[in-house]
Design a binder for this molecule. Structure first.
Ligand SMILES: CC(=O)CC(=O)SCCNC(=O)CCNC(=O)[C@H](O)C(C)(C)COP(=O)(O)OP(=O)(O)OC[C@H]1O[C@@H](n2cnc3c(N)ncnc32)[C@H](O)[C@@H]1OP(=O)(O)O
Ligand SMILES: NC(=O)C1=CN([C@@H]2O[C@H](COP(=O)(O)OP(=O)(O)OC[C@H]3O[C@@H](n4cnc5c(N)ncnc54)[C@H](O)[C@@H]3O)[C@@H](O)[C@H]2O)C=CC1
Length: 256
């Protein structure tokens, strides 16, 4: 499917990696539904990007919200070819903080799993239904799904139990979903980014960011969000990419 005929849904599309993906696809002539929280900058960002993008306020954990976004893709642009899951959230707290005599809050653990894991699955399952309505191309393909895990799925640091668990679950569901959807011509891959220069990472103290960047073998810098978007495009355009989780991290292996 050529990019100029592509209709994409991008969750978390108002910021960081999601926004870079929205911008890259728009530049290549695609139509995009940007789904993000009502409290995000989505409305203003979408307005600044022209008529081929529409913002829909969506909490990815809500069935009704995701259905509204998909109905918008269909009513405004006629179809859905690609869903990109970028919506995500993080928490940093030790399993038990002995200095403060406090256990990790169960609500924090549940919130991160709910958004990163359940929210991602919610978007996948509902997107698949709409992609299934597409006529298959000459390869039998009807659609593509791209998720965002993290290198923390494999080498999570101190304080990352909840975040790492939520992202490992996304990596873990990738192959079985590829198997579920294969008979219907829908591919799915997961990207596991290393350290990218986005608002999520800007929340870390400068010292930590600099230390983390220095631990990347090469190139020794934070990733540019468009380098993530470039990989989304490569997965979308390569018909053989399916069922795999791909690290994009400059060979980083995070230390404890
Ligand atoms: C976004 C992505 O997808 C990509 C990424 O993952 S980017 C990587 C993100 N990494 C993180 O966010 C790291 C998360 N962890 C942390 O921020 C901190 O470890 C934490 C906030 C959880 C620590 O909490 P804290 O409140 O400082 O814990 P507390 O128990 O009071 O810690 C202090 C002790 O832990 C040690 N400690 C904390 N973090 C440590 C670390 N990473 N390595 C070694 N020791 C550490 C401190 O040196 C200190 O030692 P003492 O008790 O001997 O004084
Ligand atoms: N920046 C980095 O270095 C890395 C980021 N990631 C992952 O990449 C994804 C994108 O992260 P960034 O762009 O860095 O962060 P970001 O914080 O800039 O963007 C995340 C977006 O998700 C939205 N969001 C949060 N909860 C939501 C919900 N319930 N429903 C809908 N939207 C929601 C936020 O409003 C925000 O716009 C996340 O899943 C993150 O975990 C993974 C590895 C590294």
């Amino acid at each position: 499917m050529s990019l100029s005929k592509t209709v994409a849904l991008v969750t978390g599309g108002a910021s960081g990696l999601g926004r870079a993906t929205v911008e890259r696809f728009l530049k290549n002539g695609a139509k995009v539904v940007m789904a993000d929280l009502g409290s995000s900058k989505g409305n203003d960002v979408a307005k600044s990007l022209g008529d081929n993008v529409v913002f829909v306020p969506v909490d990815v954990t809500s069935e009704a919200d995701v259905k509204t976004a998909l109905e918008t893709a269909k009513s405004k642009f006629g179809r859905l070819d690609l869903s990109v899951n970028c919506a995500g959230t993080a928490v940093a707290f030790k399993t038990y903080n002995f200095n403060k005599n406090l256990p990790h809050k169960l609500e924090d653990f549940q919130r991160v799993i709910m958004v990163n894991t359940v929210g991602t699955f919610n978007v996948i399952r509902l997107s698949a239904g709409l992609m299934g309505e597409n006529e298959p191309n000459q390869d039998g393909q009807r659609g593509v799904i791209v998720n965002t895990a993290s290198v923390a799925a494999f080498d999570g640091q101190i304080g990352q139990a909840a975040y790492s668990a939520s992202k490992a679950a996304v990596a873990g569901m990738t192959l079985p979903i590829a198997r579920d959807l294969s008979p219907h011509g829908i591919r799915i891959c997961t990207i596991a980014p290393g350290l990218f220069d986005t608002p999520m990472l800007q929340a870390l103290p400068d010292k930590v960011r600099t230390f983390l960047a220095k631990s990347i073998p090469f190139p020794q810098r934070l990733g540019h969000p468009d380098e993530y978007a470039q990989l989304v495009q490569a997965i979308y355009e390569n018909p053989l990419m399916n069922g795999e989780t791909i690290r994009i991290d400059g060979a980083l292996r995070m230390q404890p």
